[in-house]
Design a protein around this ligand. Structure first.
Ligand code: PLP
Length: 455
């Protein structure tokens, strides 16, 4: 068979895959030996692989297919726009209708004080944009020394040089000499390890205090901003303790430091509010968004620019010398507009808050009686648990890193028809927001089955 001929044969697809395709975040040699799982179709909350297996997508693709697969409204929006105008740029005093519409719609659904939106293709590019915006802002303010941005260990802000530097993943920093200068990190507010035995509110204050300590160490006159995900997603669905974000906000205001909420996962309804900062009750100066803005039907990201930064950049700045060919891509923007309108029509954010989020919590917390499971937790439509070797009362015996227990459990999940992600010894989910009660039951039943097989 010629390499160019279309095939549906799994072995042949796997052979071609390992011959030419370099996958992100993947050991290509190991993947070649085992063969990639090839996903060919999606409908509702399910995907199908090339072997015909039907699998519940407990990760919404990659935290993005929030409105589920096969939504004809989104498909129609893309095809209509492709016919009308597949591309035109927004540089050099031109604009395109879908980008204008999307920016207007975002002004409606974002918290008060956000009236301006910069478009990128991804969350990583959104955070690159933020780094440049923040530094430009302080230049305009006459405080060019304020350059350092503080992020958190295990935070994830993307894979570009700036994104990976802002993030706190040591396995990314080890490759490519990261982080770049002008970026510092503090510890993550992980109660399971760092808050053990402490009252949640005390731990919330203590964990936020690490930011104040870092600012004092660096000198507030050198610190430009703090960036964090409302709930750390790729770091393992780390839900912050109560009071944490209010205290972070207070510290940022005290030292005149911009507060950035990376809403790439938490934005667009995941936590039962349009944005994660609204769920936790803090007001950022800038927000990064991506993923859920189009439910993953098109690549699109961006920055919501709050009043303080917008008035400097727009009011007192000159050109902001930054942008991408596909900033405000008409097809991606048309899909985002259709997606947000669909979310509004279906009241999906309210449904997560009042119905599916609480139901997921009820069912997911029941997994806490499993001998392998410690601390199942949920927040809206995302959840995580820790795998432990044994437990008695609240004393947990952890697995060793070499056990690779998360990967074993992940494999059992997949074989049992549920996609769950492993982050070390944490197992996490972020299913489509449209998941029904019956589908939540089925998902939690399959997770329990995988835990049984892992034990
Ligand atoms: N920020 C957060 C919180 C993310 O979870 C991600 C991706 O998972 C990114 C940024 C990067 O987004 P992208 O992969 O679209 O570049």
């Amino acid at each position: 068979m010629s390499a160019n001929e279309t095939t549906t044969d799994t072995r042949e697809l796997q052979r071609r895959d390992s011959a030419h395709y370099m996958h992100p975040f993947t050991d290509t040699k190991a993947l070649s030996a085992q063969g990639a799982r090839i996903v060919v179709r999606g409908e509702g909350v399910h995907i199908w692989d090339s072997e015909g297996n039907q699998i519940i997508d407990g990760m919404s693709g990659l935290w993005c297919v929030n409105m589920g697969y096969g939504r004809h409204e989104l498909i129609q929006a893309a095809t209509k726009q492709l016919r009308e105008l597949p591309f035109y740029n927004s540089f050099f005093n031109t604009s395109v209708v879908p980008a204008i519409e999307l920016a207007g719609l975002l002004a409606e659904v974002t918290p008060p004080g956000f009236e301006h939106f910069f478009f990128t293709n991804s969350g990583s590019e959104g955070n690159d944009t933020i780094l440049r915006m923040v530094r430009r802002y302080w230049d305009i303010e006459g405080k060019p020394k304020k350059k350092t941005i503080i992020g958190r260990k295990n935070g994830y802000h993307g894979s570009t040089v700036a994104g990976a530097s802002l993030g706190g993943m040591s396995y990314m920093h080890e490759q490519g000499d990261l982080p770049i200068p002008g970026i510092a990190h503090i510890e993550q507010p992980y109660a399971f390890t760092l808050g053990r035995g402490k009252a949640p509110e005390d731990f919330g204050r203590e964990a936020a205090g690490w930011l104040e300590a870092k600012i004092l160490e660096l000198g507030a006159e050198n610190v430009a901003a703090f960036i964090g995900e409302p709930v750390q997603g790729a770091g393992g669905v780390i839900i912050p303790p109560p009071g944490y974000w209010q205290e972070i906000e207070r510290i940022c205001r005290k030292y005149d430091i911009l507060l950035i909420s990376d809403e790439v996962i938490c934005g667009f309804g995941r936590l039962g509010r349009w944005f994660g900062c609204e769920y936790f009750g803090f007001k950022p100066d800038l927000m990064t968004f991506a993923k859920g803005v189009t439910s993953g039907y098109q690549p699109l990201g961006g920055v919501a620019v709050g009043e303080r930064v917008a008035s400097a950049l727009i009011g007192r700045g000159s050109d902001f010398n930054h942008g991408f060919t596909y900033s405000g891509h008409p097809v991606a923007c048309a899909v985002a507009v259709a997606n947000i309108r669909l979310m509004q029509r279906e009241g999906i954010v309210e449904r997560v808050a009042e119905d599916t989020g609480p139901y997921l919590r009820k069912r997911f917390l029941e997994l806490g009686d499993h001998p392998l499971v410690a601390e199942p937790q949920t927040c809206g439509m995302t959840a995580g648990l820790v795998l432990v070797r044994s437990k008695s009362h609240n004393e947990y015996a952890p697995f060793d890193a070499e056990d690779g227990v998360g990967m074993v459990c992940r494999r059992h999940c997949f074989e049992g028809g549920i996609i769950m992600r492993a982050v070390g010894d944490r197992m996490i989910i972020a299913p489509p927001l449209v998941m029904s009660h019956a589908e939540i039951d089925l998902m939690c039943g399959r997770i329990r089955g995988a835990l049984d097989r892992t034990a």
